[in-house]
Ligand binder design. Structure first.
Ligand code: DX5
Ligand code: ZN
Length: 220
């Protein structure tokens, strides 16, 4: 049997006035990873947080920090996020001209490296990157905001990438981000995802609900 799906709550949907507390609560509720959305108002139409905030949050959980960089240029900031405590760093190939080099740079910093595909980016983009990465992240919304609806055309991309990953024989995570709810989680899982990012669905209802939210996303 395959391992149970991992849940990576996106802190974009947490209460920004008490992020440390929110991370402790979602950790205690049984999440697997903490997903950190970094946006620059240039690569995506929203601005969130930078390395200083990641560093301040690091002591609040021992779980892996999955840092999703939606910034361009990206290369100049990799070291800052690595030093701040990121465990996994994911980048969009459109964020810079040399994504192969960027992936190598993340690995040279001793971190897991992932590539993110926007809804319009084909699976084929992975042809010459898949052997280099630890994780592929499929965006099931256009990046920039939480609370958007799942784009169901991404399911066949997830299926195609699952096949590509299996063909490598390597242990590469297939993560899906955007519009994950109790209804869409099973679709993403049956298409081949093994990590689900969930912002709204994790943090809805306040801390008393977090454990139930995570269980529901796992289909328990
Ligand atoms: C979107 C971000 C997502 C987002 C997910 O750009 O990458 O991680 O926070 O939020 P929900 O789960 O609410 O769609
Ligand atoms: Zn994200």
């Amino acid at each position: 049997m395959s391992a149970p799906v991992k849940i990576a709550p996106s802190i974009l949907s947490a209460d920004f006035a008490k992020l440390g507390e929110e991370i402790r609560a979602i950790d205690a509720a049984g999440c697997d990873w903490i997903h950190v959305d970094v946006m620059d108002g240039h690569f995506v139409p929203n601005i969130t947080i930078g390395p200083a905030v990641v560093k301040a949050l690091r002591p609040h959980s021992d779980k892996p920090f999955d840092v999703h960089l939606m910034i361009s240029p990206v290369d100049a900031y990799l070291e800052a996020f690595a030093d701040a405590g990121a465990d996994i760093i994911t980048i969009h190939p459109e964020a810079g001209p040399h994504s192969h080099r960027t992936i190598q740079a993340i690995k040279a910093l001793g971190k897991k490296a992932g590539v993110v595909l926007n809804p319009a980016t084909p699976a084929k983009m992975l042809d010459y990157l898949i052997d280099e990465v630890d994780l592929v992240l499929v965006m099931s919304v256009n990046p920039g905001f939480g609370g958007q609806s799942f784009i169901s055309s991404q399911l066949r991309k997830i299926e195609a990438i699952r096949k590509m990953i299996d063909q490598t024989g390597r242990d590469i995570h297939l993560e899906v981000d955007g519009g994950i709810t109790m209804d869409t989680a099973p679709l993403a899982i049956s298409a081949g995802a093994d990590v689900l990012v969930a912002g709204t669905a994790s943090f809805t209802g306040g801390p008393g609900q977090y454990a139930a939210n995570i269980k529901a996303l796992r289909g328990e």
